[in-house]
Design a protein around this ligand. Structure first.
Ligand code: NAP
Length: 350
Protein backbone atom coordinates (compact mmCIF):
# COMPACT_ATOMS: atom_id res chain seq x y z
CA UNK A 1 0.00 0.00 0.00
CA UNK A 2 2.81 2.39 0.97
CA UNK A 3 4.51 1.70 -2.38
CA UNK A 4 1.31 2.43 -4.30
CA UNK A 5 0.92 5.72 -2.38
CA UNK A 6 4.50 6.72 -3.07
CA UNK A 7 3.80 6.41 -6.78
CA UNK A 8 1.04 9.02 -6.94
CA UNK A 9 1.82 11.34 -9.82
CA UNK A 10 0.01 14.55 -10.61
CA UNK A 11 -1.83 14.66 -13.93
CA UNK A 12 0.71 16.00 -16.47
CA UNK A 13 -2.12 17.66 -18.47
CA UNK A 14 -3.43 19.68 -15.54
CA UNK A 15 -2.73 23.08 -17.13
CA UNK A 16 -3.89 22.22 -20.64
CA UNK A 17 -7.21 24.07 -20.38
CA UNK A 18 -5.54 27.24 -19.06
CA UNK A 19 -8.45 27.93 -16.77
CA UNK A 20 -6.85 30.73 -14.83
CA UNK A 21 -7.00 34.51 -14.58
CA UNK A 22 -4.77 37.41 -13.64
CA UNK A 23 -5.44 38.86 -10.21
CA UNK A 24 -6.15 42.55 -10.89
CA UNK A 25 -3.06 44.26 -12.25
CA UNK A 26 -0.57 42.09 -10.38
CA UNK A 27 1.68 39.25 -11.45
CA UNK A 28 -0.42 36.83 -9.41
CA UNK A 29 -2.47 34.32 -11.44
CA UNK A 30 -5.24 32.22 -9.90
CA UNK A 31 -7.27 29.28 -11.17
CA UNK A 32 -10.86 30.27 -12.03
CA UNK A 33 -12.01 27.95 -9.26
CA UNK A 34 -10.16 27.69 -5.94
CA UNK A 35 -10.69 25.08 -3.22
CA UNK A 36 -11.20 26.40 0.32
CA UNK A 37 -10.57 24.32 3.44
CA UNK A 38 -12.89 26.05 5.90
CA UNK A 39 -15.22 23.04 6.27
CA UNK A 40 -14.59 19.29 5.85
CA UNK A 41 -10.81 19.49 6.31
CA UNK A 42 -10.65 19.54 10.10
CA UNK A 43 -9.32 17.07 12.64
CA UNK A 44 -12.87 15.70 12.99
CA UNK A 45 -13.07 14.83 9.27
CA UNK A 46 -11.70 11.81 7.39
CA UNK A 47 -8.12 12.56 6.32
CA UNK A 48 -8.09 10.32 3.24
CA UNK A 49 -11.19 12.11 1.87
CA UNK A 50 -9.43 15.45 2.30
CA UNK A 51 -6.31 14.12 0.66
CA UNK A 52 -8.31 12.75 -2.28
CA UNK A 53 -10.01 16.14 -2.79
CA UNK A 54 -6.74 18.07 -2.71
CA UNK A 55 -5.07 15.68 -5.17
CA UNK A 56 -8.10 15.72 -7.45
CA UNK A 57 -8.28 19.51 -7.40
CA UNK A 58 -4.60 19.78 -8.29
CA UNK A 59 -5.00 17.19 -11.05
CA UNK A 60 -7.74 19.35 -12.54
CA UNK A 61 -5.77 22.59 -12.61
CA UNK A 62 -6.73 23.97 -9.19
CA UNK A 63 -3.38 25.18 -7.91
CA UNK A 64 -4.76 27.57 -5.27
CA UNK A 65 -5.82 26.36 -1.81
CA UNK A 66 -7.33 28.78 0.69
CA UNK A 67 -6.93 28.40 4.45
CA UNK A 68 -7.14 30.45 7.64
CA UNK A 69 -5.60 30.04 11.08
CA UNK A 70 -8.94 29.00 12.61
CA UNK A 71 -10.21 26.48 10.01
CA UNK A 72 -11.04 23.10 11.48
CA UNK A 73 -12.51 22.10 13.86
CA UNK A 74 -10.51 22.15 16.01
CA UNK A 75 -9.03 25.51 14.96
CA UNK A 76 -5.69 25.02 13.22
CA UNK A 77 -6.37 21.43 12.20
CA UNK A 78 -7.17 22.27 8.54
CA UNK A 79 -3.70 23.82 8.22
CA UNK A 80 -2.18 20.74 9.88
CA UNK A 81 -4.01 18.41 7.51
CA UNK A 82 -3.12 20.49 4.50
CA UNK A 83 0.53 20.46 5.62
CA UNK A 84 0.35 16.68 5.82
CA UNK A 85 -1.00 16.35 2.26
CA UNK A 86 1.66 18.77 1.07
CA UNK A 87 4.35 16.68 2.70
CA UNK A 88 2.97 13.40 1.35
CA UNK A 89 1.94 14.38 -2.16
CA UNK A 90 2.58 17.93 -3.26
CA UNK A 91 5.95 18.93 -1.88
CA UNK A 92 7.68 18.83 -5.23
CA UNK A 93 4.95 21.02 -6.68
CA UNK A 94 5.38 23.80 -4.09
CA UNK A 95 6.45 26.35 -6.69
CA UNK A 96 3.25 25.72 -8.67
CA UNK A 97 0.98 26.23 -5.68
CA UNK A 98 -0.71 29.34 -4.37
CA UNK A 99 -1.41 28.76 -0.69
CA UNK A 100 -3.22 31.41 1.31
CA UNK A 101 -3.99 31.84 4.98
CA UNK A 102 -5.53 34.55 7.13
CA UNK A 103 -5.79 35.91 10.64
CA UNK A 104 -8.57 37.99 12.15
CA UNK A 105 -10.94 35.69 14.02
CA UNK A 106 -10.37 34.23 17.49
CA UNK A 107 -7.54 31.74 17.58
CA UNK A 108 -6.17 31.77 21.14
CA UNK A 109 -7.16 33.30 24.49
CA UNK A 110 -6.41 36.87 25.52
CA UNK A 111 -6.40 40.23 23.71
CA UNK A 112 -3.82 39.13 21.12
CA UNK A 113 -5.71 36.04 19.98
CA UNK A 114 -7.87 37.82 17.35
CA UNK A 115 -8.51 41.04 15.33
CA UNK A 116 -5.79 43.11 13.67
CA UNK A 117 -2.86 44.05 15.91
CA UNK A 118 0.69 43.68 14.63
CA UNK A 119 1.34 41.22 17.46
CA UNK A 120 -1.59 38.97 16.55
CA UNK A 121 -1.08 38.96 12.77
CA UNK A 122 2.63 38.21 12.87
CA UNK A 123 2.49 35.56 15.57
CA UNK A 124 -0.55 33.95 13.95
CA UNK A 125 1.23 33.65 10.61
CA UNK A 126 4.24 32.11 12.35
CA UNK A 127 1.91 29.51 13.85
CA UNK A 128 0.23 28.87 10.47
CA UNK A 129 3.59 28.33 8.77
CA UNK A 130 4.61 25.90 11.45
CA UNK A 131 1.31 23.95 11.18
CA UNK A 132 1.65 23.67 7.39
CA UNK A 133 5.40 23.04 7.44
CA UNK A 134 6.04 26.01 5.14
CA UNK A 135 8.64 28.78 5.00
CA UNK A 136 6.18 31.20 3.41
CA UNK A 137 2.60 31.45 2.18
CA UNK A 138 1.72 32.95 -1.16
CA UNK A 139 -1.08 35.18 0.11
CA UNK A 140 -1.69 36.39 3.66
CA UNK A 141 -4.96 38.16 4.50
CA UNK A 142 -6.29 40.40 7.19
CA UNK A 143 -9.46 38.32 7.70
CA UNK A 144 -11.62 41.19 8.95
CA UNK A 145 -11.51 44.86 9.79
CA UNK A 146 -10.52 45.58 13.38
CA UNK A 147 -12.57 48.59 14.48
CA UNK A 148 -10.22 49.35 17.39
CA UNK A 149 -6.70 48.90 16.01
CA UNK A 150 -5.48 51.70 13.71
CA UNK A 151 -5.68 50.51 10.12
CA UNK A 152 -2.10 51.78 9.67
CA UNK A 153 -0.93 49.18 12.24
CA UNK A 154 -2.77 46.30 10.55
CA UNK A 155 -1.49 47.29 7.11
CA UNK A 156 1.98 47.94 8.55
CA UNK A 157 2.00 44.35 9.79
CA UNK A 158 1.06 43.09 6.29
CA UNK A 159 3.89 45.15 4.80
CA UNK A 160 6.34 43.77 7.37
CA UNK A 161 5.16 40.22 6.62
CA UNK A 162 5.94 40.64 2.91
CA UNK A 163 9.29 42.25 3.63
CA UNK A 164 10.23 39.44 6.00
CA UNK A 165 9.52 36.92 3.21
CA UNK A 166 6.76 35.12 5.12
CA UNK A 167 4.17 35.98 2.45
CA UNK A 168 4.61 36.90 -1.20
CA UNK A 169 1.36 38.84 -1.53
CA UNK A 170 -1.14 40.33 0.88
CA UNK A 171 -4.86 40.93 0.77
CA UNK A 172 -7.91 41.80 2.79
CA UNK A 173 -11.17 39.98 3.41
CA UNK A 174 -14.66 41.40 3.87
CA UNK A 175 -13.50 45.05 3.97
CA UNK A 176 -16.07 47.64 2.79
CA UNK A 177 -15.29 49.76 -0.29
CA UNK A 178 -14.25 52.67 1.93
CA UNK A 179 -11.94 50.59 4.14
CA UNK A 180 -10.56 48.89 1.02
CA UNK A 181 -9.54 52.27 -0.40
CA UNK A 182 -7.86 53.24 2.86
CA UNK A 183 -6.05 49.91 3.23
CA UNK A 184 -4.89 50.03 -0.38
CA UNK A 185 -3.57 53.60 0.02
CA UNK A 186 -1.63 52.81 3.21
CA UNK A 187 -0.02 49.74 1.67
CA UNK A 188 0.80 51.64 -1.51
CA UNK A 189 2.60 54.30 0.54
CA UNK A 190 4.57 51.58 2.27
CA UNK A 191 5.53 50.08 -1.11
CA UNK A 192 3.57 46.82 -0.78
CA UNK A 193 0.64 46.35 -3.15
CA UNK A 194 -2.70 45.16 -1.82
CA UNK A 195 -3.36 42.66 -4.57
CA UNK A 196 -6.58 40.86 -3.63
CA UNK A 197 -9.87 41.16 -1.79
CA UNK A 198 -11.81 38.12 -0.53
CA UNK A 199 -15.51 38.92 -0.07
CA UNK A 200 -18.60 36.71 0.03
CA UNK A 201 -20.57 36.74 -3.23
CA UNK A 202 -23.33 34.61 -4.70
CA UNK A 203 -26.62 34.86 -6.58
CA UNK A 204 -28.27 35.43 -3.21
CA UNK A 205 -25.64 37.69 -1.64
CA UNK A 206 -24.79 40.66 -3.83
CA UNK A 207 -23.33 43.24 -1.48
CA UNK A 208 -20.11 43.46 -3.54
CA UNK A 209 -22.09 44.88 -6.48
CA UNK A 210 -22.85 47.94 -4.39
CA UNK A 211 -19.48 49.67 -4.86
CA UNK A 212 -16.86 47.07 -3.94
CA UNK A 213 -16.32 45.57 -7.41
CA UNK A 214 -16.04 49.05 -8.97
CA UNK A 215 -13.54 50.02 -6.28
CA UNK A 216 -11.43 46.93 -6.91
CA UNK A 217 -11.36 47.57 -10.67
CA UNK A 218 -10.33 51.15 -10.12
CA UNK A 219 -7.55 50.13 -7.71
CA UNK A 220 -6.35 47.30 -9.95
CA UNK A 221 -7.05 44.69 -7.27
CA UNK A 222 -8.25 41.14 -7.92
CA UNK A 223 -11.23 39.51 -6.23
CA UNK A 224 -11.78 35.94 -5.02
CA UNK A 225 -15.44 35.36 -4.20
CA UNK A 226 -16.13 33.04 -1.25
CA UNK A 227 -19.22 30.85 -0.72
CA UNK A 228 -20.57 31.12 -4.29
CA UNK A 229 -22.93 28.23 -3.44
CA UNK A 230 -24.21 30.07 -0.35
CA UNK A 231 -22.76 27.19 1.69
CA UNK A 232 -24.77 24.64 -0.27
CA UNK A 233 -28.14 26.38 -0.48
CA UNK A 234 -27.53 27.16 -4.17
CA UNK A 235 -27.33 23.49 -5.08
CA UNK A 236 -29.94 20.78 -5.47
CA UNK A 237 -29.19 19.26 -2.06
CA UNK A 238 -31.97 20.90 -0.03
CA UNK A 239 -34.78 20.49 -2.59
CA UNK A 240 -36.23 17.46 -0.81
CA UNK A 241 -35.42 18.15 2.82
CA UNK A 242 -32.17 18.33 4.78
CA UNK A 243 -29.85 15.38 4.04
CA UNK A 244 -27.97 13.93 7.02
CA UNK A 245 -24.58 14.58 5.46
CA UNK A 246 -25.16 18.28 4.90
CA UNK A 247 -23.85 21.40 6.52
CA UNK A 248 -27.36 22.41 7.56
CA UNK A 249 -27.76 19.13 9.47
CA UNK A 250 -24.31 18.89 10.97
CA UNK A 251 -22.95 22.10 12.34
CA UNK A 252 -23.42 25.72 13.25
CA UNK A 253 -22.15 27.88 10.37
CA UNK A 254 -25.14 27.31 8.09
CA UNK A 255 -28.03 29.69 8.66
CA UNK A 256 -30.83 27.14 8.82
CA UNK A 257 -33.29 30.06 8.85
CA UNK A 258 -32.60 30.29 5.12
CA UNK A 259 -34.36 26.97 4.50
CA UNK A 260 -37.87 28.39 4.37
CA UNK A 261 -40.43 26.96 1.95
CA UNK A 262 -40.40 30.21 -0.02
CA UNK A 263 -36.63 30.11 -0.43
CA UNK A 264 -36.64 26.46 -1.43
CA UNK A 265 -39.26 27.31 -4.09
CA UNK A 266 -36.90 29.96 -5.42
CA UNK A 267 -33.98 27.52 -5.39
CA UNK A 268 -36.21 25.06 -7.26
CA UNK A 269 -36.89 27.70 -9.94
CA UNK A 270 -33.15 28.41 -10.21
CA UNK A 271 -32.55 24.68 -10.51
CA UNK A 272 -34.87 24.59 -13.55
CA UNK A 273 -32.88 27.39 -15.22
CA UNK A 274 -29.68 25.45 -14.56
CA UNK A 275 -31.20 22.31 -16.11
CA UNK A 276 -32.11 24.23 -19.27
CA UNK A 277 -28.47 25.33 -19.47
CA UNK A 278 -27.37 21.71 -19.17
CA UNK A 279 -25.79 22.36 -15.77
CA UNK A 280 -26.39 21.49 -12.16
CA UNK A 281 -27.45 24.40 -9.96
CA UNK A 282 -24.04 24.31 -8.23
CA UNK A 283 -22.36 24.72 -11.63
CA UNK A 284 -24.64 27.59 -12.61
CA UNK A 285 -24.03 29.34 -9.27
CA UNK A 286 -20.26 29.16 -9.78
CA UNK A 287 -20.48 30.27 -13.42
CA UNK A 288 -22.72 33.15 -12.32
CA UNK A 289 -20.09 34.71 -10.01
CA UNK A 290 -17.43 34.21 -12.69
CA UNK A 291 -19.50 36.14 -15.26
CA UNK A 292 -18.18 39.38 -13.76
CA UNK A 293 -14.78 40.38 -15.14
CA UNK A 294 -13.72 41.66 -11.69
CA UNK A 295 -13.90 38.13 -10.23
CA UNK A 296 -10.54 36.42 -10.51
CA UNK A 297 -11.62 33.16 -8.88
CA UNK A 298 -14.65 31.48 -7.32
CA UNK A 299 -13.71 30.08 -3.90
CA UNK A 300 -15.69 26.91 -3.29
CA UNK A 301 -15.97 24.29 -0.58
CA UNK A 302 -16.57 20.57 -1.10
CA UNK A 303 -17.44 17.56 1.05
CA UNK A 304 -16.07 14.85 -1.25
CA UNK A 305 -14.47 14.29 -4.65
CA UNK A 306 -17.80 13.85 -6.48
CA UNK A 307 -18.99 17.29 -5.33
CA UNK A 308 -15.67 18.81 -6.28
CA UNK A 309 -15.77 17.24 -9.75
CA UNK A 310 -19.32 18.43 -10.24
CA UNK A 311 -18.40 21.99 -9.25
CA UNK A 312 -15.26 22.09 -11.41
CA UNK A 313 -17.37 21.15 -14.44
CA UNK A 314 -18.96 24.62 -14.09
CA UNK A 315 -16.13 25.76 -16.36
CA UNK A 316 -17.76 23.91 -19.27
CA UNK A 317 -20.43 26.61 -19.59
CA UNK A 318 -19.65 30.11 -18.32
CA UNK A 319 -21.77 32.10 -20.78
CA UNK A 320 -25.17 33.59 -19.85
CA UNK A 321 -27.78 35.13 -22.12
CA UNK A 322 -29.46 38.38 -21.06
CA UNK A 323 -32.72 36.48 -20.63
CA UNK A 324 -31.11 33.92 -18.34
CA UNK A 325 -29.57 36.64 -16.17
CA UNK A 326 -32.92 38.44 -15.93
CA UNK A 327 -34.69 35.24 -14.99
CA UNK A 328 -32.08 34.48 -12.31
CA UNK A 329 -32.58 37.98 -10.91
CA UNK A 330 -36.32 37.36 -10.70
CA UNK A 331 -35.76 34.51 -8.25
CA UNK A 332 -32.50 35.43 -6.56
CA UNK A 333 -32.14 39.21 -6.43
CA UNK A 334 -34.28 42.06 -5.14
CA UNK A 335 -37.35 40.74 -3.44
CA UNK A 336 -35.88 37.26 -3.82
CA UNK A 337 -33.13 35.37 -2.10
CA UNK A 338 -30.93 38.36 -1.36
CA UNK A 339 -30.46 37.42 2.27
CA UNK A 340 -26.86 37.89 3.23
CA UNK A 341 -24.42 40.64 3.91
CA UNK A 342 -21.71 42.00 4.21
CA UNK A 343 -18.39 43.51 4.92
CA UNK A 344 -16.85 42.73 8.31
CA UNK A 345 -16.85 46.38 9.32
CA UNK A 346 -20.64 46.14 9.42
CA UNK A 347 -21.13 42.52 10.43
CA UNK A 348 -18.81 39.64 11.20
CA UNK A 349 -19.15 36.79 8.66
CA UNK A 350 -18.38 33.14 9.36
N1 NAP B 1 -12.93 35.15 4.17
C1 NAP B 1 -13.93 34.69 4.87
O1 NAP B 1 -14.39 35.30 5.85
C2 NAP B 1 -14.53 33.37 4.47
C3 NAP B 1 -15.76 32.94 5.01
C4 NAP B 1 -16.30 31.72 4.56
C5 NAP B 1 -15.61 30.96 3.61
N2 NAP B 1 -14.40 31.41 3.13
C6 NAP B 1 -13.62 30.61 2.16
O2 NAP B 1 -14.49 30.17 1.13
C7 NAP B 1 -14.41 28.73 1.02
C8 NAP B 1 -15.70 28.19 0.52
O3 NAP B 1 -16.74 28.48 1.43
P1 NAP B 1 -18.01 27.54 1.48
O4 NAP B 1 -17.57 26.16 1.82
O5 NAP B 1 -19.04 28.22 2.30
O6 NAP B 1 -18.43 27.59 -0.09
P2 NAP B 1 -19.64 27.07 -0.94
O7 NAP B 1 -18.98 26.55 -2.17
O8 NAP B 1 -20.67 28.14 -1.04
O9 NAP B 1 -20.30 25.86 -0.12
C9 NAP B 1 -19.69 24.59 -0.10
C10 NAP B 1 -20.73 23.55 0.29
O10 NAP B 1 -21.71 23.43 -0.74
C11 NAP B 1 -22.05 22.05 -0.94
N3 NAP B 1 -21.58 21.68 -2.27
C12 NAP B 1 -20.37 21.95 -2.84
N4 NAP B 1 -20.32 21.51 -4.11
C13 NAP B 1 -21.51 20.95 -4.36
C14 NAP B 1 -22.07 20.33 -5.50
N5 NAP B 1 -21.37 20.27 -6.65
N6 NAP B 1 -23.32 19.85 -5.43
C15 NAP B 1 -24.05 19.95 -4.28
N7 NAP B 1 -23.57 20.54 -3.16
C16 NAP B 1 -22.32 21.04 -3.21
C17 NAP B 1 -21.35 21.29 0.15
O11 NAP B 1 -22.23 21.29 1.25
P3 NAP B 1 -22.31 20.03 2.26
O12 NAP B 1 -21.04 20.07 3.02
O13 NAP B 1 -23.53 20.38 3.06
O14 NAP B 1 -22.46 18.79 1.42
C18 NAP B 1 -20.15 22.15 0.44
O15 NAP B 1 -19.61 21.92 1.72
C19 NAP B 1 -14.01 28.30 2.43
O16 NAP B 1 -13.44 27.00 2.44
C20 NAP B 1 -13.00 29.36 2.78
O17 NAP B 1 -11.77 29.08 2.13
C21 NAP B 1 -13.86 32.59 3.52
Amino acid sequence: MADVEAQWMANPNRYDDETYSRCGQSGLILPKITLGLWQNFGGVDVYETQRAMIRRAFDRGVFHFDLANNYGPPPGSAEENFGKVLGQDLKKHRDELIISTKAGYRMWPGPFGEWGSRKYLISSLDQSLSRMGLDYVDIFYSHRVDPDTPLAETMGALDQIVRSGKALYVGISSYSPEMTRKAHAILKDLGTPCVIHQPSYSMMNRWVEDGLLDTLSELGMGCIAFSPLAQGLLTNKYLNGVPEDSRAALEGSFQTGMLTEENIDRVRALNEIAKRRGQTLAQMAIAWVLRRPEITSALIGARHVQQLDNSLDALDNLEFSKDELAEIDKYAADGGLNLWQKSSDSQAPA
